[in-house]
Design a protein around this ligand. Structure first.
Ligand code: SAM
Length: 242
């Protein structure tokens, strides 16, 4: 499993400007009083949700991610806690439970995925919404050479380049990604660091079964945050209890 503590310090440098999903998660939880964000990281989604007045709980397996999230916000309606998504432990139910930005894919086995979904189910009432997004690799990624780094984003504002080198374990549906992160602090002195993570990818039909086995049903599945259904490698899922 990926060591997410290792990511915490650089996470906001790389991902804080990613906003494609924020409106979607804000809208989908707009009628909710209580929201749980699973795998909340440094609070990229939890903090803006709480700023709109909702009671938000963010949990993450990484102590360092949670420490950073806590430093970034002291809103009284927002709590952050270290917790494993396979063993969620709350005494309350939530109106909306979110796992944004591929967080569910941190679980690398089917049994862990089912543990997580069953654990989520216990926190749902009959109208609770479970919402998350994931990706699965498309032909472009499969065709990449596993010895080469490919530029995936270039954020000129923060002067940071992120390069990915990927390897697949096709049998277990795992994608191992090595990142080369180049922070262009000044022209002469770029800071280069290396990180890695492993994710498990799932296909749409597999997800339907996974949810059913766990006592949940998928009620909507989209290809992007505008709720369209094109052939992309992204899935946005809304589910509820059966
Ligand atoms: C891609 S980040 C997403 C962070 C945040 N939700 C966002 O959208 O910016 C995935 C997060 O899931 C967390 N995570 C991974 N495995 C977990 C687990 N078993 N239980 C709880 N959190 C986990 C990681 O520590 C990481 O912060």
């Amino acid at each position: 499993m990926t060591n997410y503590d290792d990511w915490a310090e650089i996470y906001d440098e790389i991902y804080s400007e990613y906003k494609d999903d924020l409106n979607f998660y804000q809208n989908i939880s707009s009628d909710s009083e209580s929201i749980l964000e699973i795998g909340c990281g440094t609070g990229r989604i939890s903090i803006p949700l709480a700023q709109s007045g909702k009671a938000v709980h963010g949990i993450d397996i990484s102590t360092k991610m949670i420490e950073i999230a806590q430093i970034k916000s002291s809103l009284s309606n927002l709590t952050f806690q270290v917790m494993d998504m396979r063993e969620l432990n709350f005494k309350q139910h939530f109106d909306t439970i979110l796992i944004p930005f591929n967080g569910f894919q941190s679980l690398l086995t089917v049994s862990d995925q089912i543990k997580c979904l069953k654990s989520i189910k216990k926190l749902c009432h009959k109208n609770s919404k479970i919402v998350f997004d994931i990706f699965f690799p498309d032909k472009e990624i499969f065709d990449q050479k596993n010895s080469n780094y490919y530029l995936v984003s270039q954020k000129t504002q923060k002067s940071i380049e992120v390069w990915h080198k990927t390897n697949f374990d096709f049998f277990n549906q795992l994608i191992h990604t090595n990142l080369r992160v180049i922070q262009l602090l000044n022209d002469e002195n770029p800071k280069v660091s290396y990180k890695s993570f492993t994710l498990r990818y799932c296909y749409p039909q597999e997800l339907i079964y996974l949810f059913e086995i766990s006592g949940l049903k998928i009620v909507n599945m989209y290809s992007d945050f505008n709720k369209t259904l094109y052939e992309t490698n992204q899935l946005v899922i809304e589910a509820q209890i059966i």
